[in-house]
Write a protein that binds this ligand. Structure first.
Ligand code: ADP
Ligand code: ZN
Length: 437
């Protein structure tokens, strides 16, 4: 395969040179940080008084971690390093796990972000002849405008369709010959179900690729979307605290996400010791933003679980790859003492052909015990009237799940297309147990 690069020199920079570049960027980030009320105090306490206290990448470990709680405490301007007149835009996180946090950008910050986004899009083999339909929420959420700016930078024809309204999405795809989609993986699955329901044929469309991100999904889900829509799907990772999308992205090898290390310094830490985890070991991803002036954020604990792939990638890029995010540290469910990540359930059910595109995980208290129920839609080819077949399928799902997660779940089957769908990030878990127990 011939690979294309947006910025070949930077994307293939030998690692020694990349490290030297990162030290310079880290100093710049510390210099910005020292201008914010929050870090002025935090860094001084840690003995980092000037950017020159950073002499090598190892010195990053002198900087304390920043958490979501710190960002909330610093609301609204505790993390701003520039005069307010120089701020060109703000975004806020979607608040999946609590109160949102706000991030600010100068004009230069927006340009740098758009460039990382363009680089990401280009790495998947897209170019200016593509028609890009951005089926994700615009507004305070970074996914909409972030991708929009990057795709424009690449020179694609951008259709800012936003999320939702599948009927209009199909019309746009057909009328303008959309070749590339961006959405959450759950919305892509929903779009496919709806297309089938409404009798839309893929032959009327010119789709060839999609970017899927903003929420965790398994390799099986990726494969399912690819097979159903006859496209290549690329994993896209980002978070508002690190600008938004364009932090790490899959290249055409589709085997791990390149973390753009000239914009983001990544560490994987062991959850118990908070010390660096060896390559290949799963831990919490900690990122320092090396490309934003207005809101510097250093050593941010993302709570996302990943691991580094140390081997070089076949595409020639030297920036390390991250394993797909398997979940957040705070996603973990404890069910009668057994630890369970929702992604473990997804992995099992999405590999089963008879299971439809949507599912829900419900955890309740039943007496003193926790009760796990997995609600799944059946696939479009499963006869909803055949009670014997449905019972057998239910039993098959239950047994396969039990073997894999060591918990005996209750399984409920639902008709294809009948479980609730969210246009943005999917809400897959309903945990109704009292919080204080
Ligand atoms: P919130 O934390 O409120 O959801 P964001 O909108 O900034 O705020 O979402 C960022 C988070 O979304 C990430 O920290 C991560 O948990 C999740 N996420 C984004 N992209 C992916 C992806 N490709 N795979 C798994 N999770 C992702
Ligand atoms: Zn690669």
């Amino acid at each position: 395969m011939r690979y294309q690069y947006w910025n070949e020199r930077m994307e293939t920079l030998p690692r020694e040179q990349l490290f030297t570049h990162q030290v310079e960027l880290l100093k710049w980030a510390v210099e910005n940080a020292l201008r914010t009320p929050f870090y002025k105090e935090r860094l001084k306490k840690a003995g980092v008084n000037t950017p020159d206290d950073i002499k090598s990448l190892d010195d990053i470990r002198r900087i304390p971690f920043t958490t979501k709680y710190d960002l909330r405490d610093g609301f609204p301007y505790g993390f701003v390093s520039v005069p307010k007149d120089d701020i060109a835009r703000l975004h806020a996180s979607s608040g999946t796990t609590g109160a949102p946090t706000t991030i600010y950008y100068t004009k230069d910050d927006l340009t740098r972000w758009a460039n990382f986004m363009a680089r990401s899009i280009y790495a998947t083999g897209c170019n200016k002849s593509d028609v890009f339909q951005n089926m994700i929420t615009y507004g305070l959420f970074t996914g909409g405008l972030g991708f929009h700016a990057g795709a424009e930078e690449v020179g694609m024809l951008v259709i800012p369709s936003g999320a939702g309204n599948t009927a209009r999405q199909f019309r746009l795809m057909r009328d303008f010959g959309t070749t590339v989609l961006h959405a959450t993986p759950s919305f892509l699955l929903h779009v496919e179900s709806k297309m089938r329901e409404e009798g839309f044929s893929l032959n009327e469309l010119r789709l060839r690729k999609a970017f899927a991100g903003a929420e965790p999904y398994s390799e099986d889900t990726r494969r399912r979307i690819e097979e159903l829509l006859h496209i290549d799907v690329y994993n896209s990772y980002g978070l508002s605290e690190m600008n938004g999308p364009g932090v790490a992205f899959e290249c055409q090898c589709k085997n791990g996400l390149h973390l753009w290390e000239d914009g983001y310094f990544g560490e994987i830490i062991n959850l118990d010791t908070l010390e660096p985890a060896p390559d290949g070991e799963v831990g919490e991803l900690v990122i320092t933003c090396l490309c934003r002036e207005a809101s510097p954020i250093l050593r941010y604990r993302t709570r996302d679980l990943s691991a580094f792939y140390p081997e070089p990638c076949a595409c020639g890029r030297t920036h390390r790859r991250l394993h797909r995010i398997t979940g957040r540290t705070d996603d973990m469910l404890i069910i009668n003492g057994v630890n369970l990540f929702p992604s473990q359930i997804e992995e099992v059910i999405m590999s089963m052909k008879e299971v439809g595109n949507n599912y829900l995980i419900v955890v309740e208290k039943e007496g003193v015990l926790d009760r796990l129920t997995v609600k799944t839609e059946v696939g479009p080819d499963v006869f909803w009237d055949d009670a014997r077949l449905l019972n057998a399928l239910k039993e098959k799902i239950r047994k396969t799940l039990q073997a894999s997660i060591s918990i005996n779940p209750r399984v409920e089957l639902h008709e294809n297309g009948s479980l609730p769908v969210s246009e943005g990030k999917a809400k897959r878990v309903i945990d109704s147990r009292p919080k204080d127990v």
